[in-house]
Design a protein around this ligand. Structure first.
Ligand SMILES: [Zn+2]
Length: 434
């Protein structure tokens, strides 16, 4: 990776909370040092310095992909019209049970590279392949080699099919949380799969362990109506209420999906300051439903966008995800003002801002193309016209990870070839043909 002492981005259209500024950004020691209108009069370069001309490009905070599953890059395109639970049982779980450490590392590299190419500088991998700790280590190493920020939410279940031992889950989480403290870009979280696969007692213990270590709980909740019914049958309360009753709903809880939440649950989520991860494309592909996005925003919720895994999306394109968030919310409410392009950009960047002192995690998006021209409104050009492939340059902590649409650390052609070979072998072993 190129390690630059100083970077100047000139001729940039810069995304600011108040609107757009045409000017330049100065970066030093991994931080944004300056943002100013116009361009610097002079730039005295050291050999290691970089001057980036962003003419025709928009500069945004890096996108945050709030939820995916890297293992599912090897399960892309297999939904085949199945609803969630059938899809899990017939395809996803058999393939996950067979994946080797080497295959996991390749799947993670492919997922990370795809996220980076689409402008993601921070991603949460809900890591389901926990058969051995080497599988988890393979993801950590892949993330470190690609260089984007990554939280590995170590998934676990202790109810239903193939439950794990409670103590193993606690010991492994404790091990990975120790790693969190020693690594700046790759961190760990607790990733219980769903309320219906996890006991109240272990949810409480893992949540307390996560919070003690400065981390959080990341969990799928109320993705389908069927799951809400399962909670009613077992506990006589809806899933969000149940999580609150057992003490794992607070500002350190990330609720993924929240498609089937009622007014009472929305109030509860807001009062506990939980984070919502909205996955509009995945919810549409699996026919799960449309989350009440405007109601969640009106309640003052913190909301991120997530692609979910490639098995239910089927890409990691966060620009497509933004557009779908807007379109589904507007269509479901018959209201063209329901979600604005600014709302979508804010959710996609997790509310991060380009300000002096902030980490230099930012992206340059090339709008000099047919599908964005003529540019009359930058918000709509980015949220409704741009595609993941339009991302030209990506910086994380001031390091250039992609430049001129070329990822610095990975030979994409070689990676694609290796993944194609590996997935054929995996499908054969798992007995999955489509
Ligand atoms: Zn998911």
């Amino acid at each position: 990776m190129m390690d630059c002492k100083k970077i100047i981005i000139k001729n940039a259209n810069i995304f600011l909370p108040s609107g757009w500024l045409c000017g330049s950004i100065g970066i030093e020691d991994g931080l944004i040092k300056s943002i100013s209108s116009g361009n610097p009069e002079s730039f005295v370069a050291e050999p290691s310095d970089e001057l980036i001309d962003a003419k025709g490009m928009a500069v945004l905070p890096g996108l945050v992909n709030g939820h995916t599953h890297f293992s599912q890059t090897f399960m892309r395109g297999l939904a085949g019209g199945r609803p969630l639970l059938q899809w899990l049982r017939e395809l996803i779980w058999p393939l996950q049970a067979e994946i080797s450490v080497e295959e996991m590392q390749l799947a993670a590299l492919l997922g990370l590279a795809e996220n980076l190419r689409c402008g993601v500088t921070n991603v949460i991998d809900h890591h389901k392949i926990t058969r051995t700790m080497d599988h988890t280590l393979a993801v950590q190493q892949a993330a470190e080699s690609v260089g984007i920020r990554c939280t590995i939410a170590r998934a676990w279940v202790n109810k239903g099919k193939n439950p794990e031992n409670d103590q193993t889950i606690l010991d492994e989480l404790a091990h990975w949380f120790e790693k969190t403290n020693s690594s700046e870009k790759v961190n760990f979280a607790s990733g219980p799969l769903t309320p219906w696969r996890c006991s109240a007692e272990l949810l409480q213990k893992t949540h307390q362990l996560a919070v003690k270590n400065g981390s959080f709980t990341h969990i799928h909740v109320s993705e389908t109506a069927e799951e809400v019914q399962m909670s009613m049958d077992e506990y006589q309360v809806r899933p969000v209420t149940w999580l609150d009753q057992i003490g794992v709903l607070d500002k350190n809880t990330q609720i993924v999906h929240a498609v089937w939440v009622d007014e009472t649950e929305i109030e509860l989520l807001a009062s506990r300051d939980a984070l919502i991860v909205h996955c509009p494309v995945s919810n549409a592909v699996l026919g799960s439903g449309i989350a009440p996005l405007r109601k969640l925003l009106n309640a003052g919720m913190k909301i991120r966008l997530g692609t979910d895994g490639p098995a239910s999306n089927d890409t990691q394109d966060c620009f497509e995800n933004m557009k779908m968030a807007i379109c589904l919310a507007r269509a479901s409410q018959n209201d063209a003002n329901n979600i604005s392009c600014r709302d979508a950009l804010s959710m996609a960047t997790s509310g991060n801002e380009l300000v002096p002192g902030a980490k230099a995690d930012l992206i340059l998006v090339d709008l000099n193309n047919l599908h964005s021209s003529p540019i009359q409104d930058f918000d709509s050009a980015l949220a409704l016209c741009a595609k993941g492939d339009d991302v030209d340059t990506v910086l994380v902590a001031g390091e250039i990870l992609m430049r001129d649409k070329k990822i610095v650390s990975i030979d994409e052609e070689v990676l694609i070839k290796e993944c194609n070979q590996a997935v054929r072998s995996l499908r054969k072993r798992a007995g999955v043909d489509s």
